[in-house]
Design a binder for this molecule. Structure first.
Ligand code: ZN
Length: 217
């Protein structure tokens, strides 16, 4: 491609020129720390989710360590217009995650507030989720959850604000008898996932599982 000549794709870690559909070179790929949690019973994502709500299964693809290549990759996906990184992360997921014993009915993404979506131009979870949907042959729904107002993660520390988060999300339609796989980018406090999970659980006789791109421990 014309642009490749002037703006070749470069490894996010060492800056070496790489193919356009990659995020790092083969050497730096070794620096990426995959969790290899799969959907195990005792992984930290599941343990943390369990403290908030009855979770069916949970997993994370990567460890979100400080100054890591993983952090850089997620940062580029979220803030540098590199929506297609979602596809790379989804491909890494399909190579590592077996859904056979934990088959959800529907893949559901955590939404951005409308204003934030307009600013960013895309939801960083969509390409990731659509790629998984195609691979596992499972439907997805990006519209199921609505974010009612904008919130800053830091603001959740504030007790007054925490009360307000009770209605942070709502469902656009009622739903029952479904096993939902909730998808988010980084699991930190678990507040966001828990808020959405409870909306789904309150809506009807549903089950909730969780998949995140990275786990911030
Ligand atoms: Zn490299």
């Amino acid at each position: 491609m014309f642009l490749d000549i002037f703006f070749p794709n470069r490894c996010l870690h060492c800056n070496r020129i790489i193919e356009h559909n990659l995020v790092c070179c083969n050497v730096c790929f070794e620096k990426i720390h995959f969790t290899n949690f799969e959907f195990s019973e005792d992984n930290i994502v599941k343990e943390k989710c369990k403290t908030f709500f009855p979770v069916e299964a949970a997993s994370a693809l990567l460890h979100f360590e400080k100054n890591s290549l993983t952090r850089k990759i997620i940062h580029e996906l979220k803030y540098r217009n590199r929506e297609n990184i979602g596809k790379v992360l989804a491909n890494w997921t399909t190579e590592r995650l077996d859904f056979r014993h934990n088959l959800p009915d529907l893949l559901v993404t955590i939404p951005l507030h409308e204003r934030k979506l307009r600013q960013r131009g895309y939801n960083q979870l969509h390409t990731f989720t659509e790629t998984l949907s195609e691979f596992y042959n499972l439907p997805f729904d990006h519209q199921l959850i609505k974010k009612n107002y904008n919130s800053k993660a830091q603001a959740l520390q504030n007790k007054k604000h925490r009360l307000k988060t009770e209605n942070l999300f709502s469902l656009n339609k009622n739903l029952s008898g479904k096993h939902i796989l909730l998808i988010d980018d980084v699991f930190t406090t678990g507040n966001t996932i828990a808020s959405v999970a409870w909306e789904i659980l309150k809506s009807g006789d549903n089950k909730v599982s969780v998949l995140v791109m990275a786990m911030d421990e």
